[in-house]
Design a binder for this molecule. Structure first.
Ligand SMILES: O=c1ccn([C@H]2C[C@H](O)[C@@H](COP(=O)(O)O)O2)c(=O)[nH]1
Length: 498
């Protein structure tokens, strides 16, 4: 025991320094999803060593443990496990289980060797950290769970009246293994990705970002790969949601149920708890915007102003502003479409939940309109526009694995339908000329005709007229035009697709 209780410790934040509030005491506080500043403002800084969030058991715990190992004088840990989000994410529970039950050697989802926490919630610790070091932490840190902010504050204050404890040893620092992806050239601004289901669209999105996104600093002491303004169009998500079997999405049905309520239902303001989308939509601005949109469309079904806004101008002054900012609902040929704009979107971890939650909102609006009026609309596509569409570096390995397993299969199935919204092209030879007839994709009506001998010139003309032609369709056309040209040159018969 050290007798000088006025001793001040300097917290060495090796990882995520900008995300932590550092003090000079011996107690670390993990606030889960609660806003860390709310706790800090109730405590003098010499009562705590550090205050930080823990959002995810698979991504956050390793950093936290590495920092604790670098600061051996931290002898007490208070874990605030207070909100619905904490229950959903399971990070705080998993961290508690690390201290209570320990860990075993295992593999992560991507097959990487790691320590797996003995917990019903999946949580990983980097294998580069030695088991001995992890045991030292487990033996030398006193851990307490708090269920409310007040309980956490009282616990920390009561610790500060106790005597100062000796550090458990010298700081321990372990190497890190970094994965650097190869980035292929591609568009940086503005992408359109379409898929039938959220799951399928998600695989295409993560493929696009992972192969062509720019690697940049995140603003959270890390890196992400990013594309700017990525529009995803989901055309046929079924009513009860499609979850692949086995489920490769980062969420399951139990999580989704909770999450949908965060979008559809109001929730009262609570100190330390961030906005919820439901609260912003239902009550934050003194109006229920979901009701407003339902009533607006019933009154004027063609309205182009069925807008819901989630951004508050005050958000510039506070941290933790909403990522989902603008929702627009529009009826197009008896279909109800919903377009949502997100200023910042974690496309690996958050987009599937965001998209499913928005789809539930779209369905709710459709159903309410049907209940209260004569409009029985179909469900149209769900469209999301993600302005910063990113994947954090600690998800890159997982992302690669999902792409490897599922991307090509999805593309193959799509290509086999031979469907292109720009239409079909029929190729024939007439009097030593190549004749290309363009028809609509549905009824096959003729919309354009091209005639010539030069396959390259014809391809260019066709592509200039339909710049949105699908890449595989354009390549196919090129091959057929060349075959037609060869047939003319060699005096052979030409039949398309033979
Ligand atoms: O519904 C949500 C909420 C958050 N995020 C992600 C986007 C960012 O990666 C991070 C929020 O960071 P800030 O932009 O608020 O700092 O969380 C989403 O993707 N969807």
């Amino acid at each position: 025991m050290i007798n000088n209780s006025a001793i001040q410790f300097k917290y060495n934040a090796l990882y995520k320094p900008n995300q932590l509030i550092c003090g000079t005491g011996q107690t670390a506080i993990v606030t889960g999803w609660s806003v860390k500043q709310t706790i800090a403002k109730h405590l003098p800084s010499d009562n705590y060593a550090v205050i930080g969030n823990l959002y995810s058991p698979t991504r956050g715990i390793s950093f936290l443990i590495r920092n604790l190992l670098a600061n051996p004088y931290v002898r007490r840990l208070v874990i605030l496990n207070a909100t619905k989000e904490d229950k959903n994410a399971g990070g705080c529970q998993c961290l508690l289980d690390f201290f209570t039950h320990g860990f075993t050697e295992g593999k992560s989802d991507t097959g990487r060797d790691c320590w797996v926490i003995k917990s019903p919630i999946t949580g990983y610790i980097d294998i580069e950290i030695s088991a001995t070091a992890l045991e030292i932490l487990r033996q030398n840190i006193e851990v307490k769970e708090a269920k409310t902010i007040t309980e956490a504050v009282d616990l920390v204050n009561s610790y500060s009246t106790k005597e100062t404890l000796e550090p458990w040893g010298e700081p321990l620092i372990f190497p890190e293994v970094e994965v650097t992806p190869t980035v292929l050239p591609g568009h940086r601004y503005g992408h359109r990705i379409e898929g039938k289901t959220i799951a399928e669209t998600w695989v295409k999105i993560i493929h696009r970002i992972k192969t062509t996104g720019t690697i940049r600093p995140t603003g959270y002491d890390g890196k992400w790969q990013e594309l700017i303004d990525l529009m995803a169009v989901v055309t046929d998500e079924p009513e009860n949601f499609y979850f692949p079997e086995p489920n490769y999405l980062p969420i399951d049905r139990t999580f989704l149920e909770e999450y949908i309520s965060q979008i559809l239902d109001d929730s009262p303001y609570r100190e330390g708890v961030k906005y919820t989308y439901g609260q912003r939509l239902r009550s934050w601005f003194g109006k229920d915007q979901i009701e407003q949109v339902i009533n607006k469309l019933i009154g004027e079904i063609d309205a182009a102003s069925a807008v819901m806004s989630l951004w508050d101008v005050q958000d510039h002054d506070k941290g933790g502003s909403p990522c989902l900012n603008h929702i627009w609902v529009r009826v197009v040929e008896n279909e109800l479409t919903l377009t949502a704009t997100l200023r910042s979107n974690d496309m690996y971890m958050a987009w599937p939940a965001n998209a499913m939650g928005l789809r539930a909102l779209q369905k709710h609006i459709r159903d309410e309109i049907a209940k209260r009026s004569d409009y029985d609309l179909q469900m149209g596509p769900l469209i999301t526009i993600s302005q910063s569409a990113h994947i954090y570096s600690d998800c890159w390995q997982h992302t690669d694995l999902i792409i490897q397993k599922h991307y090509q299969k999805i593309i193959n199935t799509e290509q086999q339908t031979y469907y292109d919204p720009v239409g079909n092209f029929l190729i024939e030879i007439q009097d030593d000329n190549i004749v290309v007839t363009r028809t609509t994709p549905g009824s096959g009506e003729i919309v354009a005709c091209y005639l010539g001998k030069d396959p390259l010139r014809l391809s260019r003309e066709i592509c200039a007229d339909s710049p949105a032609i699908q890449a595989n369709h354009a390549v196919y056309l090129g091959i057929e035009l060349q075959k037609a040209w060869l047939a003319i040159r060699d005096g052979l018969n030409y039949v398309q697709d033979r």
